[in-house]
Write a protein that binds this ligand. Sequence first.
Ligand SMILES: NC(=O)c1ccc[n+]([C@@H]2O[C@H](COP(=O)([O-])OP(=O)(O)OC[C@H]3O[C@@H](n4cnc5c(N)ncnc54)[C@H](OP(=O)(O)O)[C@@H]3O)[C@@H](O)[C@H]2O)c1
Length: 276
Amino acid sequence: MIRACVIGWPIEHSRSPLIHGHWLTTYRIDGSYGKTAVQPEAAADFLRSLSSNGLAGCNVTVPLKEIAFATAGRIEDSALAVKAANTIWLEDAVICAANTDTYGFMTHLELTAPGWQNSASPVAILGAGGAARAIAYGFQQAGVEEIVIFNRTRERAEALCQDLGKGLRTADWSKRANCADWACVVVNTTTIGMKGAGHLGLDFASARPDCVVADIVYVPLETSLLKDAHAHGLRTVDGLGMLLHQAVPGFERWFGVRPEVTPALRRVVLDDLGAQ
Ligand SMILES: NC(=O)c1ccc[n+]([C@@H]2O[C@H](COP(=O)([O-])OP(=O)(O)OC[C@H]3O[C@@H](n4cnc5c(N)ncnc54)[C@H](OP(=O)(O)O)[C@@H]3O)[C@@H](O)[C@H]2O)c1
């Protein structure tokens, strides 16, 4: 039996066991995927003991992603760009690390809003945390020439732009309201809107009609940002797809099958989130 798990501190909230459990059943794989609470002080040792604990690898969630990155012996570009890892596996006893959030976001964007990159227009990203880094890197890799980062704490946005370099610039948080007037994609990566709390303060009244609005918050599934964008006739991309697609590369590494993100899987997670 092949075993994998997700680690974090705390870990109760993680939906990863639901996603991987669904795939293990669907593909009739003799495997298991659990969740383990690991304190930050114990995370490096946990990762070094994967093999002796009978684990093929693991997912890593907050606040352990930076520790996983620092502990790995082989690091994919996806994790180097974000300076954090969420997927760990072993190759010849070496701890290998990737960050699959970039893949998850860009895949879902491409599938939900094909043709999003229909001009040489800039992309606007709200937020400058770990998720914003992964997404900015994704747009950079996709060849977007101008990526504008709005963040409440300007220094954090500047650090992100400095680290990723090409095509990135910051703009003042107070200037975000009309970014949909000029951006081909607007992405919320802040925690605003989570469980309905807060309001981003964007104005879509004069948005370009082809602007795509994405939110990586997925509780609720339709955030007030997406509701507002939808009401103005704009294409929207929810945060659940990113969560589901980011799980694909890890499952394939550990269990040897590239799983599909299907409506049935989406339903399983939506039911768990208590959504309609
Ligand atoms: N759908 C998915 O698969 C997926 C994956 C990863 C993350 N997420 C979600 O994405 C969100 C961000 O995650 P993260 O890991 O990047 O978190 P993080 O590193 O803690 O960053 C949080 C971001 O939110 C901003 N922020 C928080 N409260 C704010 C407020 N009241 N006003 C303005 N800005 C505020 C922060 O700005 P400052 O820098 O000024 O503090 C920062 O830019 C979370 O809701 C997380 O659940 C979803």
